[in-house]
Design a protein around this ligand. Structure first.
Ligand SMILES: Cc1cc2nc3c(=O)[nH]c(=O)nc-3n(C[C@H](O)[C@H](O)[C@H](O)COP(=O)(O)OP(=O)(O)OC[C@H]3O[C@@H](n4cnc5c(N)ncnc54)[C@H](O)[C@@H]3O)c2cc1C
Length: 300
C-alpha cells in the first residue's frame, strides 16, 4: 500500500503533505507538469512519477495517472486546482475510491480512516469514517520549504488521445493579489459593471490591487475569477483590506481573515462584515468611495 500525492497545478502542497504524512503507508507522488515541478516535489517525497504536460493537457494523461495509482492502490491526496481535481476524479473512477472534498485532517482509525472535512463552504465541519480506497481533496495552502528527501523522478508517458493545439494567455487580471500590501474588494453593493471605475479609481489612489466577492466574478462576470476572495477563491494577507459593498459572509471572510486591518464600506450597519471589520464607514458607497478617492488624491 502507498499513500499517493497527486500534484498537478503548482507546488503549493504543504497542506497535502501534512495530510499524507499523518498516514502510515509510504509516500509516493504523481506529478503532472514541468520537470522543475517534479524535481521540487522529489525534495519532499521519495518516489515521483512524472508526466510531462508541456504538449498534453491533464485530461490527456488522466487514465495513465489512474493506471499508476491503480497498480498500487492506497489513500490518494490531491489539491483543489482544476487539473488536480480532474486527475483525482480519474483515479477515483479507476480504483473505485470514495472522494472526500475540503479535507482538513485524516487519521488512521481501525481498518480505515477518520476524516474531517469542511461543509457549507467552510462554515461547518464533519467527521466521517472511511473503509477502503479513498481520494482526499484538500487545500494545498503554501509551497513548503525546499525538502531534502532527494527522491527519484521517473518519467512516464501517456498514450494520449488529447493534445494541446494552442494556448491563449489569460486576460490581464491585475497584479498579484497574494503579495499585495493593500487590496480593495468590491461586492454586490455595486449596482452596475460600469460603476467599477469608481472602485478602480479608489484602488489606484490607494496603491491597492482590486479584488471582489465571488458573485461579482462568477455570477456577474464583471472581474476575472482569479480576482475573487474566499474559501473557493484567493486567500490574501495584506496590511489593509478595504471591502466595498460586501456583506461579509463566512465564505468570503475566510479569504481575508489574515489581513492586518479590515475596513468596510457598507450602507447596512447590521451587515455581518461590520462585526468583523476593524473600522466601518456606514454609508452609500456611491457617495463614500468618490469622497475617499478625492481625499487620498489631495493627500498625495
Ligand atoms: C460553497 C460556497 C462557497 C462560496 N465561496 C465563496 C467565496 O470563496 N468567496 C465569496 O466571496 N463568496 C463565496 N460564496 C458566496 C457567499 O456565501 C456570499 O453569497 C457572497 O460572498 C456574497 O457576496 P457579496 O457580499 O458581494 O454580496 P451580498 O451578500 O449581496 O452583499 C452586498 C452588500 O452590499 C451592501 N450594499 C448594498 N448597496 C450598497 C451601497 N449602495 N453602498 C454600500 N453598501 C451597499 C449590502 O448592505 C450588503 O451587505 C460561497 C457560497 C457557497 C455556498
Amino acid at each position: 500500500m502507498t499513500t499517493w500525492l497527486i500534484v498537478a497545478d503548482d507546488a503549493k502542497v504543504s497542506g497535502l503533505l501534512d495530510l499524507a504524512r499523518a498516514l502510515p503507508s509510504p509516500l509516493a507522488a504523481v506529478v503532472a507538469g514541468t520537470r522543475e515541478l517534479a524535481d521540487q516535489v522529489a525534495g519532499w517525497v521519495p518516489a515521483v512519477t512524472w508526466f510531462d504536460t508541456s504538449a498534453v493537457p491533464a485530461s490527456g494523461i488522466a487514465s495513465a495517472v489512474a493506471g499508476v495509482v491503480a497498480a498500487d492502490p492506497g489513500t490518494v491526496v490531491a489539491g483543489m486546482g482544476v487539473d488536480s481535481r480532474l486527475l483525482a476524479g480519474a483515479v477515483a473512477a479507476a480504483t473505485g475510491a470514495e472522494v472526500l472534498a475540503d479535507v482538513i485532517a485524516a487519521i488512521p482509525s481501525g481498518d480505515g480512516l477518520r476524516v474531517t472535512h469542511l461543509l457549507l463552504g467552510g462554515l461547518a465541519t464533519e467527521e466521517v469514517g472511511v473503509i477502503g480506497p479513498v481520494v482526499l481533496v484538500a487545500d494545498g495552502r503554501t509551497v513548503p520549504e525546499p525538502g531534502s528527501a532527494a527522491g527519484t523522478v521517473t518519467p512516464a508517458a501517456a498514450d494520449a488521445s488529447v493534445a494541446r493545439v494552442s494556448t491563449e494567455p489569460p486576460a490581464a487580471a491585475g497584479g498579484d493579489l497574494a503579495s499585495a500590501a493593500r487590496v480593495v474588494g468590491v461586492g454586490r453593493g455595486l449596482k452596475d459593471a460600469g460603476d467599477l471605475s469608481l472602485v478602480q479609481e479608489l484602488a489606484a489612489a490607494l496603491g491597492a490591487e482590486l479584488a471582489c466577492s465571488r458573485p461579482i466574478a462568477e455570477g456577474m462576470g464583471w472581474l476575472p475569477t482569479s480576482s475573487y476572495l474566499g474559501i473557493s477563491g484567493q486567500r490574501i494577507a495584506p496590511s489593509l483590506y478595504l471591502a466595498v459593498g460586501i456583506s461579509g459572509q463566512g465564505q468570503h471572510m475566510i479569504g481575508v481573515r489574515d489581513a492586518r486591518t479590515i475596513v468596510a464600506v457598507n450602507s447596512d450597519a447590521t451587515a455581518p462584515i461590520v462585526a468583523q471589520a476593524d473600522w466601518t464607514i456606514v454609508g452609500d458607497l456611491y457617495q463614500v468611495v468618490p469622497e475617499l478617492t478625492r481625499a487620498l488624491l489631495v493627500r498625495s
